[in-house]
Design a protein around this ligand. Sequence first.
Ligand code: BES
Ligand code: MN
Ligand code: MN
Length: 453
Amino acid sequence: MLKYIEKNRERFLNELFDLLRIPSVSADSNFKSDMLKAAEYVRDRISEAGADRAEIYETKGHPVVYGEKIIDPKLPTILIYGHYDVQPADPYELWNSPPFEPVIKNDRIYARGACDDKGQFYMHIKALETMLATNSLACNVKMMIEGEEEIGSSNLGAFVSEHKDMLKCDTILISDTSIIANDVPSIETGLRGLTYVEVEVVGANRDLHSGVYGGGVANPVNVLCEMIASLKDENGHITIPGFYSKVEELTPGQRAALNSAPFDLEEYKRDLGIEDIQGEVGYSTIERTSVRPTLDVNGIWGGYTGEGAKTVLPSKANAKISMRLVPNQTDEDTLELFTKHFESIAPASVKVTVTPHHGGLPYVTPTDSVEYKAAEMAMEESFGKKPIPTRGGGSIPIVALFEQELGRKSILMGFGLDIDALHSPNESYGLFNYYKGIETIPLFFKHYAKLKK
Ligand code: BES
Ligand code: MN
Ligand code: MN
């Protein structure tokens, strides 16, 4: 198997490069035709790898690619999930090389989607090819690669519930998360959920002279800032009533285990160029970024932002606000709590509207399951070290839905690193990680098949 990967090393990389050249940005309708191009490319490579069938399924949004290789109905079936859509590459001027012209520098692939998630799901297609070519495929494989993860997977839930039979499987394997370091392998056993809203604060019926009216009429930008500032207290706790009522509190043992993972605060600060960190009092950085919920402004605008100074009281102000959720919060409840509270704190001098965007449920998976053990054994074999269980801070909305609709747990066997700069300019993915993934995935199949016997 390793020999086959070695022999095809260059082609495995060139094929990924061709995929990275397709700007499949799901959020921006200017790239709609590239979305289809990327889906077709993925379908054709799944087919070439040796699948029995590989097809494109239309949805109300961007298409889903589905393929399968059923070698023996009596063997366990693994469903691979990934996403071929990427985040917008903006701001382009901050990239050291164009985002859709992949290059290798210092043994890393630089391109939008290099790690999230093209580089990671493509490992599965190459792993499938490798297992088939070396006659070592030990499980049936189904692959579902979607095109709307980065915009909330809002059409995928319906697709999954309409195709439950087709997607029937024993477990789901996903590479769309990170490890601690290349010499510290780890497996994320949880993901945070998400509630995302846009708020608007409107004052007078027009922009006003800030001298003539200033001091006498509400300034929506000031009001919005005050409202947002009041959403957290001096300890970094979110003040929305009921926000924490369902939040899962970890036991002292669980907290100690979580905090025993290697973490270098000085290195963390140096990497980010910050003098100090901040966050909820009473919790470590690891906890704040994984098992605690958050509330953050993602963007805020209003009033005059052009050149020079214009004296004006803007008539409205807006912000995009996200909340990361932890078990047992739900996006629906949180949306309701936020909306009620935000409306209630608005002074009578303005009107406030809250518009929901996408959301998603949090997820956790135990470490004593067959699939976790298989992932642990696979990584231990390929990295030479037992992986550490961690809890991830990011979100993959479909994972909780898989559990609801298919009754199956997902294993998050990702190979990214924090330095990969997901969603940022100069996203990258290590060549080490790409090939390590291709090497580890067949080991998961091998161990999973054995353990299921
Ligand atoms: N792959 C990420 C999520 C991720 C990254 C999980 C690193 C754990 C570690 C995924 O593509 C992503 O960015 N998800 C979005 C979800 C949203 C758009 C609904 C997120 O977390 O912001
Ligand atoms: Mn992703
Ligand atoms: Mn992403």
